[in-house]
Design a protein around this ligand. Structure first.
Ligand code: MG
Length: 288
């Protein structure tokens, strides 16, 4: 089956670094972060217009839809994961024991309501334009699981250098996590796969390794378990066995993507200054 059913369309231009898209079923819009401009944008396919959803947002990054329709998002500036419920923003988690998180980057909510997120240092590094300079207080860059019922925060993956995008397989037996540290830090750009059981992760393996200029940052998994990922200035689709199924060049470096649109089959792609759309023949498990 052809996975891609149309050509790439640019639907917005005007961000510095676009990231963290999610489809909002309630408003039928795509919401995403323009991180250095410290704002959140929303595009309506119905009107073709983009508006500023919020400004002075403390450098939000990745986001996902929760089961109740609210949005769970990462804030570099507040060094936390937070909830946006109809525009009212409240904290979910901001510390590991007594120590602050680094700068949560991307987040998913599991079927049991637990919140899984990555915590690399990009929003606190010296000279950052994506947050505020600060210390790595707990000394690592972990992937965490937060249980909103017990308020317990558990590190589930501690052996990646800069964990970034993450997504579950449809049955939640596998957690895919991108590592964006790269050759400068002595590791390849890659997506790792970890078996999931009992609310934690087992030993990880490399799912796909990307060439030097093909950073995988954010990605989504479709209903058939295929991984749709940013990969440098392209989007690539990998089968659950790691085989490359499709590749689409994008004129700018891609950070992330999400499925959306009225039937969930439009792929929205955040790429540097722009938001792009690509028609597909599939959808993800949480798009609408
Ligand atoms: Mg990211």
């Amino acid at each position: 089956m052809e996975l891609i059913a149309g050509t790439l369309e640019k639907v917005f231009e005007g961000s510095i670094w676009a990231e963290g898209p999610v489809w909002i079923p309630q408003s039928q819009t795509v919401r995403w972060s323009d991180i250095p401009n410290n704002r959140i944008l929303e595009y309506s396919p119905e009107t073709g217009r983009t508006r500023e959803y919020a400004t002075d947002v403390e450098y939000t990054n990745g986001r996902t839809l929760d089961r109740d329709g609210s949005v769970v998002q990462c804030s570099h500036g507040r060094r936390r994961v937070e909830r946006d419920h109809d525009g009212v923003v409240s904290p979910i988690v901001d510390s590991f024991g007594e120590q602050r998180l680094n700068s949560p980057n991307d987040v998913v909510v599991a079927k049991d309501g637990s919140v899984w997120f990555t915590d690399p240092p990009y929003g606190i590094l010296p000279g950052t334009v994506e947050g505020h300079e600060g210390e790595q207080e707990y000394g690592g860059c972990y992937v965490f699981r937060f249980d909103p019922r017990t308020r317990e925060l558990t590190p589930v993956v501690t052996d990646l250098v800069h964990p970034n995008g993450l997504a579950f397989s449809p049955d939640e037996s596998v957690l895919y996590i991108a590592d964006t540290a790269g050759p400068d830090r002595g590791v390849p750009y890659r997506i790792a796969a970890y078996p999931v059981a009992g609310g934690t992760c087992g030993t990880g393996r490399t799912f796909v390794e990307l060439e030097e200029d093909g950073v995988a940052d954010g990605f989504r998994v479709d209903v058939e378990g295929r991984v749709w990922t940013s990969a440098g200035a392209s989007v690539r689709v990998y089968a659950p066995d790691g085989g490359l199924l499709a590749a689409v060049d994008v004129p700018e470096r891609v950070s992330n993507l999400c499925f959306g649109g009225p039937d969930g089959q439009d792929l929205y792609i955040t790429a540097t200054s722009s938001l792009y759309r690509l028609r597909t023949t599939t959808r993800d498990t949480v798009a609408t």
